[in-house]
Design a protein around this ligand. Structure first.
Ligand code: PLP
Length: 389
């Protein structure tokens, strides 16, 4: 094998996702766009707000635009705009030194893990969890330790407490959650903070909480509580991939709580990691988002699709909890083997991701970042699939 041994599994994992993508293309070619129901990707199709286009045009025509290098953690005025926005929203005391503008949430995750982990250090993550975490842990040389969530996909605090060891450096959470759509409550976040404080003290370790929040603005009838309030040693990170539908532009940030131990040093290390891996986040879109703090896509579109899909699947006999945020539904697989059930759906030209891929077997994930018409036309296939088994 010409490639590194440690890369072989990673390549296998990513080729599965590529295969699914290619299968979608093949089915579309064979059956036509209208007859393929691709729920597999979380790629937002809701257009970015008009203000994104206006801001871009204004910037491009402005003599003040910069296309050059900047301080690697990002343009100071952009970091200031982010800090001001967060301080206003969450009553924090962030400053530019605690903000790193990143290459999406993925970049922010890579930077944070790099900043905190030595090889072999452990990252606890409630499962099911977003598959990208395997890759970011790998890059940082960390060991990802899934901790099974409760049956309603909220945090199992007892299991988390029992999973902490002297190697635990990071607890990584994601709310609203991909793939489950769950939003953690203020109460459970506070309780999690207490567990991290207590168990960290037991092992003489400072455990940092990394809160991955790219879906924060996509929530339905619930407040997404601030993690800054729950635990001082926190890094909040996010991107504009979902909240502004700018996934391909690769822009996001991380913010280290001013209350965290060694906050400035952690932010500085994350900034150095950012320099090592990407040099800096894309200049043009840094300047765009600097002017668009607090602007969000029309989330009513996702809510409508969620309701349409939930109603259709409930009628068909599927079991699930109604998602409170993000744009994913995570129903129970009608048969135990979720991978097999994906094959049954496939026969109906429905593409979905087995829960096993997220460490959540017995379920499957549907991304409803797809047109209303696709959802509407897929329901009959979902019905036939469940009736056929
Ligand atoms: N975290 C979660 C939970 C995600 O679902 C995603 C992307 O789908 C990411 C991080 C990566 O986001 P980005 O595209 O902003 O890097």
């Amino acid at each position: 094998m010409p490639i590194a041994q440690q890369m072989q599994d990673m390549v296998k994992g990513s080729s599965m996702i590529r295969k699914m993508f290619e299968e979608g293309l093949r089915l579309r070619k064979e059956f036509g766009d209208d007859n393929v129901f691709d729920y597999s990707l979380g790629n937002p199709d809701v257009p970015p707000p008009q203000m994104v286009k206006e801001t871009l045009l204004e910037l491009i025509n402005s003599p003040d635009i910069s296309h050059g290098y900047m301080p690697n953690p990002g343009f100071p005025h952009v970091r200031q705009a982010i800090a001001d926005y967060l301080n206003q929203e969450y009553n924090t005391r962030l400053n530019t030194e605690l903000i790193v503008v990143t290459v999406g949430a993925a970049g922010a995750l890579n930077d944070s893990l790099r900043a905190l982990l030595d090889p072999g250090d452990e990252i606890l993550v409630p499962s099911p969890y977003f598959v990208g975490y395997n890759q970011y842990a790998f890059v940082a040389g960390g060991v990802l330790k899934p901790v099974k969530s409760l049956p309603d996909f909220h945090l199992d605090l007892e299991a988390i407490e029992n999973a902490v060891t002297d190697k635990t450096k990071v607890m990584l959470i994601n709310s609203p959650n991909n793939p489950t759509g769950v939003v953690y409550t203020a109460q459970e976040l506070k309780a999690l903070g207490e567990v991290l404080e207590r168990t960290g003290a037991k092992y003489g370790n400072r455990i940092y909480l990394i809160s991955d929040e790219p879906y924060r603005k996509i929530a339905y009838d619930v407040d997404v509580p601030s993690v800054f309030d729950a635990y001082p040693h926190t890094i909040v990170l996010t991107s504009y991939s979902k909240e502004l539908s700018l996934a391909g532009e690769r822009i996001g940030y991380l913010a280290v709580s001013p209350e965290a131990d060694d906050a400035e040093l952690v932010a500085q290390a994350a900034g150095v990691a950012n320099t090592m891996m990407y040099v800096n986040a894309p200049a043009l879109f840094q300047q765009v988002i600097g002017k668009l703090q607090g602007v969000t896509v029309d989330t009513a579109i996702y809510r409508r699709r969620r309701d349409m899909l939930c109603e259709g699947l409930k009628d068909a006999g599927y079991e699930f909890d109604i998602p409170q945020g993000a744009f994913y539904l995570f129903p129970k697989s009608p048969i135990e083997n979720d991978v097999k059930f994906m094959e049954v759906l496939h026969k109906e030209n429905i593409l979905a991701v087995p829960g096993t891929g997220f460490h959540g077997p017995g379920h499957f994930r549907l991304s409803y970042a797809i047109p209303d018409k696709t959802i509407e036309n897929s329901i009959a296939g979902f019905k036939r699939a469940i009736q056929s088994i």
